[in-house]
Each structure stands twice: as structure tokens, then as C-alpha cells.
Write a protein that binds this ligand. Structure first.
Ligand code: CDP
Ligand code: CDP
Length: 226
């Protein structure tokens, strides 16, 4: 059997992690795991149960009734919470904001990280998030830290949400992205941080294909058998 490969892609909000990670996974035939979707799914669950995501006790009480699966069908991943498809709902701006709150709670992170490590046990993966290279898969074969200026990231998220018909202001998105970056970088458990052995790629003025080619070359260099 071929050895499993793990690629970790971390970075701040809207740096392009999931877009790039999906393309890399398709290229190498690995499984893509979006760990942000898992924290989003739990934030959605807390909101749906009319609890306050900013209240740790209220939030973690809901963990025991929260069951999460990522189902793959025709190359697409569906995020299921207690058998309910939340793939679309978890992408709203309100869920983005609250995901960062619930992601700071130790009990939430423990549950998610266990699930994530389990998913990477038997298959080659490209996993994206905030703490993949530093915490979830510290022995990943290749670690990428994607960054872009906050203005560029707000612009990208703006274009994406407008395309989906959400009514948002670019300035407000910028403020929220900065707030989420600060929250994610300053939390006590597994904060957003570049792993020492990660390769940083600044995508501010790079087109998507350039970013993807750069990362494919990096993977080829470090994992020559592939
Ligand atoms: O996963 P993450 O939040 O880091 O970012 P994303 O959802 O992959 O990308 C945010 C938006 O930026 C998407 O609409 C991408 O299509 C776009 N994007 C871009 O315009 N240029 C890039 N180099 C990367 C992503
Ligand atoms: O797409 P975007 O980069 O905006 O966010 P995401 O990757 O979907 O993650 C949503 C939130 O989940 C982040 O703001 C983090 O607070 C949290 N998260 C985390 O704490 N650890 C991860 N490995 C992934 C996401």
C-alpha cells in the first residue's frame, strides 16, 4: 500500500485556503478536509438551538447532541449536522462571525481535532484551517501558510457574498475579518499561527493558478514519489 500523505494549509480568513486546497486535492487525488466548515457547523447548531455562541457554558452543553459528518458525493463535500444538510447555511456571514467564538472553547476544539485526526488516519488528505500544521497534523508532509492583505481578503469575500446574493458592505467585511483574525490569533488554545516548518505564500497579488502551481511544485519537491 502506498504511504499516506498529509498536506496542511493554514492561514487567516479568506486567504484562499479552501479554493486552493480543493484544487490541490483534486490534482493529487487526495481527500479535501475543510476544518473551518466543522467549526461553522457547530456555530450554526448553537444558533439554531437559540443559544449564545459567546456563552461557553451554553455552547458546550450542546456538544453532546451535535453529530457531524462530512459526506462526499461526486467530488463534492456535504456538511451534515444530525443528518441535516447545512452545507449552504454555514457559509453565511453571521455563521462566520460566531464560528470564531465557538472555536475558542477547549471542549469544542478537542471534539473537532479528534474527528479531524481520525479522518486523516487512513487516506491522503489536504486539510485546511488555522491549526493544522501546528496542532492537528504536526507531522504533515507539507505545510503551507497562505496569507493576503486584509483589504484583498475583504474584497475577495465581498465579491463572493455579492455573487451569492448576500447584502454586505465591504468596509464591514474588512472590520469583521480583522476582528476574526485577532480572535483566532489571540485565543489560548491552538491559535492561528504559522508553523515553524511551513512555507508562507503571500497571495495578495497572485492569481489563483499561480498560487496552485506554486504549492503543487512545493509538494512535488517535498514528496518526490508523488
Ligand atoms: O478558505 P479561505 O477563507 O481562506 O478562502 P476561500 O474561501 O478559498 O477564498 C475566498 C474567496 O477568494 C473565494 O471567493 C475565492 O474564489 C477568492 N480567491 C481569489 O480571488 N484569489 C485567490 N488567489 C484565492 C481565492
Ligand atoms: O473561510 P474562512 O477562512 O473565513 O473561515 P473558515 O476556515 O471557514 O473558519 C471559520 C472559523 O473557524 C475561523 O474564523 C476560526 O475561528 C475557526 N477555525 C479554527 O479555529 N480552526 C480551524 N482549524 C479552522 C477554523
Amino acid at each position: 500500500m502506498q504511504q499516506q500523505i498529509a498536506i496542511a494549509i493554514d492561514g487567516p480568513a479568506a486567504a484562499g485556503k479552501s479554493t486552493v486546497a480543493k484544487k490541490i486535492a483534486d490534482y493529487f487525488g487526495y481527500i479535501y478536509i475543510d476544518t473551518g466548515a466543522m467549526y461553522r457547523a457547530f456555530a450554526w447548531y448553537v444558533l439554531t438551538n437559540e443559544a449564545d455562541p459567546k456563552n461557553e457554558e451554553q455552547s458546550i452543553q450542546l456538544l453532546s447532541s451535535f453529530s457531524l459528518t462530512l459526506e462526499r458525493e461526486n467530488g463534492k463535500t456535504f456538511v451534515m449536522v444530525n443528518d441535516h444538510d447545512v452545507t449552504k447555511e454555514i457559509r453565511s456571514n453571521i455563521v462566520s462571525l460566531h464560528a470564531s467564538s465557538v472555536a475558542a472553547y477547549g471542549a469544542v476544539r478537542t471534539k473537532m481535532v479528534d474527528l479531524q485526526r481520525d479522518m486523516a488516519k487512513h487516506v491522503s488528505v489536504v486539510m485546511d484551517g488555522r491549526d493544522i500544521g501546528t496542532n492537528v497534523l504536526p507531522n504533515a508532509d507539507v505545510k503551507i501558510f497562505l496569507i493576503a492583505s486584509a483589504e484583498e481578503r475583504a474584497e475577495r469575500r465581498y465579491r463572493e457574498l455579492i455573487r451569492k446574493g448576500e447584502d454586505v458592505s465591504k468596509n464591514q467585511l474588512l472590520t469583521e475579518i480583522l476582528k476574526r483574525d485577532a480572535q483566532d490569533s489571540s485565543r489560548q488554545i491552538a491559535p492561528l499561527k504559522k508553523a515553524e516548518d511551513a512555507v508562507e505564500v503571500d497571495t495578495t497579488s497572485l492569481a489563483l493558478p499561480e498560487v496552485v502551481t506554486k504549492i503543487i511544485n512545493e509538494i512535488r519537491r517535498k514528496v518526490p514519489a508523488k
